[in-house]
Design a protein around this ligand. Structure first.
Ligand code: IPE
Ligand code: MG
Length: 254
């Protein structure tokens, strides 16, 4: 690491002292293919490899910064449905070999998965489920959610369906369900219930959209857009996002 960069990181860390910190950070890791093309690779899968490995670094930075709850958007439902099969196959392979394996080895995180697992190949869904089981009993660990095959609208739809299924199973009428349906009840039926809402959502690659990420959970989140493509995102960019977050919160609540 270059000395100047280290110095900058140290200054940023000092500036963070005393600022409100997010409890839950969500990251939309966008720009892998543009990064690969920009770096001269014809095969965009190289961007996905760098991107997946980059998540390990990001988790390290979050844990160093004291962030105990992270949601990482690996692929949307549309990515999986619409991209060509060689690219999707490779993304799934990376999810099994890099993401799931890393979380198994890294005892700082408990894994959760958000998304339509039936969109994934069996082997990927299985690897993720096994990693979720294996990491369940990790006292003191942080919460890491991998959003894969994820769509915020579908998540809300699935939650409403689950509420209705439960109601049908317990013999409640539609009128009764309608009467008592609440925000809390929807929240309890999301893919990963019980997490705090994200305080800060970061999206890389200069795109200024939420693209159906955490539709229900991010209604009050601060959003930070970063110009860099995901594999080029650095620790100082996270620290800057945390500083912006801390200053905005301080202004709003003082
Ligand atoms: C983000 O990078 C990773 C996934 C969505 C799987 P992209 O693959 O979207 O790369 P760009 O945005 O086209 O550069
Ligand atoms: Mg993209």
């Amino acid at each position: 690491m270059k000395p100047l960069y280290r110095l900058y990181a140290r200054i940023l860390r000092r500036q963070l002292a005393g600022l409100p910190m997010p409890q839950h950070v969500a990251i939309a890791m966008d720009g892998n293919r543009r990064w690969a093309r920009g770096a001269g690779y014809d095969d965009v899968r190289i961007g996905h490899r760098f991107g997946a490995e980059h998540l390990e670094l990001f988790l390290q930075w979050c844990s160093d910064a004291g962030i105990r709850c992270v949601t990482a958007w690996v692929a949307s439902a549309d990515n999986i449905r619409r991209r060509d099969s060689a690219e999707v196959d490779y993304l799934m392979e990376l999810t099994e070999t890099v993401v799931a394996d890393h979380v198994r080895r890294d005892h700082r995180w408990r894994l959760h998965v958000a998304g339509q697992l039936d969109l994934l190949p069996d082997s990927t869904a299985r690897a993720l489920k096994e990693a979720v089981e294996e990491t369940r009993d990790r006292p003191g660990a942080g919460e890491l959610t991998i959003a894969i095959g994820y769509s915020g609208r579908l998540e809300v739809l699935d939650a409403v369906r689950a509420v209705l299924d439960e109601a049908a199973a317990s013999g409640r009428s539609v009128a009764e369900v309608a009467e008592s349906l609440s925000e809390d009840e929807i929240s309890r039926h999301l893919y990963v219930p019980g997490l705090p809402d994200p305080d800060l959502v970061i999206r890389t690659s200069g795109e200024l959209r939420m693209s159906d990420f955490l539709l229900w959970q991010a209604t009050r989140s601060e959003i930070e857009f970063c110009e860099l493509y995901w594999p080029a995102f650095r620790e100082v960019d996270l620290l800057r996002a945390l500083r912006t977050y801390g200053r905005r919160r301080l202004e709003r609540f003082s």
